[in-house]
Design a protein around this ligand. Structure first.
Ligand code: GLV
Ligand code: MN
Ligand code: MN
Length: 430
């Protein structure tokens, strides 16, 4: 099946007709439809379907002699020396080459962030099979759960749990905006959160992971290239700021008597903008006010700070400045403040040997793929702590992302599939 047909089969799921944006939140209805879409795409290709203990989906193209454990619910058998076995070394070890991304979205997100990598994975397998390619290593397409943290606040939750980067007991108690815990949400989707956590057996079956993603910036457009290769991911994280004030009447409370959490919150938004220096970015894009009445002073305001920087020292300095400004403003208004880091991803340098191998395989096919850094987070960045990982980017003409306006041209998506197929062939071939 060509990319366009596959793409069109996923496109309507979870799209809000009013905004044109996607609302695909983990373990909700749209997510269930995305999971069914993934299962159907796997089964119609005779790929072995696996839902791992953390709710991540895998579609395995097994190779003879390397099928999963009895019952077929797991991946291929673990191999000695798994991690690192596939990076720069010649093929030989039979650990799998995995590609994939995520199907969840930010609120009113675009169509491409995540799904492009999953759809391209299936399309690349179709292309390789049409060409008669027979892998000597297993190949898998994966879709990781809750990459955006759009429901439970922790970005890349599925890959963090898989790699042991997040404590499973704490994760089970994460709550969404309606107070539903992760454990309850998973149970509602027919999954058991009792088993979430690190899965060394599954990771041991993977030799390399290559995530294809729409570029969340316009560097490729400027360079005139349809695809690129990731160099590194900036360190980044999310912080939750809880400002606690006192509810009161908007029309009768003297200014001197107010403990209004909206004021230090507003000062913090401005401080975030002012603190961004040395190339760093700091954004407050989500806020909730309680009780949320137009004619009442709020009792509490919660805001979420997203901060990213080229290196960890700059990031720590920027977050420190914003927190200091928030504390000073809170104290000045008689408002309490609690600051909690919800997630953090250190700087990620993608495996240089794997990156060079990708670049070489693409160059050999006449594909010019510039090497780019990115400020966006990805499952490949989390998996990089345990596996050789790499990323391919597909040109985004405007650079807009996390918005319904996010776009990639069909020809560029097809170029991405061709590049991914070349990479899979290089890594999983003879
Ligand atoms: C994910 O897209 C992120 O960078 O937050
Ligand atoms: Mn995203
Ligand atoms: Mn993404």
């Amino acid at each position: 099946m060509g990319f366009a047909e596959l793409w069109d089969s996923l496109l309507p799921i979870g799209r809000d007709p009013a905004t044109g944006g996607y609302r695909r939140y983990s373990f909700g209805d749209a997510d269930a439809a995305c999971r069914a879409w993934f299962s159907n795409r796997a089964l119609e290709r005779s790929l072995r379907l696996q839902t791992d203990r953390n709710g991540n989906l895998w579609a395995w193209w097994d190779v003879p002699g390397s099928t999963g454990p009895a019952g077929g619910s797991g991946g291929p058998p673990p191999r000695a020396g798994a991690a690192g076995g596939c990076a720069g070394s010649p093929p030989g070890a039979d650990t799998a080459v995995v590609t994939g991304s995520h199907l969840d979205s930010v609120p009113d997100g675009g169509a491409y962030d995540g799904p492009l990598g999953v759809v391209s994975g299936f399309a690349a397998i179709d292309l390789l099979r049409e060409r008669g390619f027979e892998p000597v290593r297993p190949v898998a397409v994966a879709a990781f759960t809750e990459e955006e943290g759009g429901r439970f606040g922790v970005a890349c939750l599925g890959s963090r749990l898989l790699t042991g980067a997040t404590d499973p007991a704490a994760a089970r108690e994460l709550r969404d905006g309606d107070g539903v815990t992760l454990a309850e949400a998973m149970a509602g989707a027919g999954l058991d959160a009792a088993g979430i956590g690190p899965d060394d057996e599954l990771l041991g079956q993977v030799g390399a992971h290559v995530e294809l993603h729409i570029e969340q910036g316009s560097a490729l457009a400027g360079l005139g290239a349809a695809v690129g290769v990731a160099e590194r991911i900036w360190p980044h994280g999310r912080w939750r700021l809880d400002f606690a004030g006192r509810a009161d009447h908007a029309g009768t409370t003297r200014l001197a008597d107010r403990r209004d959490p909206m004021l230090p919150y507003a000062a913090t938004v401005l401080a975030a903008r002012a603190a961004a220096a040395g190339g760093a970015l700091a954004t407050i894009g989500k806020v909730s006010a309680v009780p949320g009445a137009a004619n009442a002073i709020s009792s509490a305001v919660t805001a979420w700070l997203d901060a990213r920087a080229p290196d960890e020292a700059v990031l720590a300095a920027v977050v420190g400045r914003i927190e200091a400004a928030a504390r000073q403003a809170a104290a000045g208004h008689g408002v309490g403040l609690e600051v909690r880091r919800e997630s953090f991803t250190p700087a990620v340098e993608f495996d240089p040997a794997l990156r060079d191998r990708l670049a070489g395989a693409l160059a050999a096919r006449g594909i010019d793929a510039p090497v780019l850094p990115t400020g966006a987070g990805h499952d490949a960045g989390v998996l990089a702590a345990r596996l050789p990982t790499a990323m391919l980017f597909v040109r985004n003409p405007t650079g807009v992302s996390h918005s319904p306006a996010e776009h990639a041209e069909l020809a560029d998506c097809e170029a991405g599939v061709a590049a991914l197929a070349a990479v899979l062939q290089e890594l999983a071939g003879r």
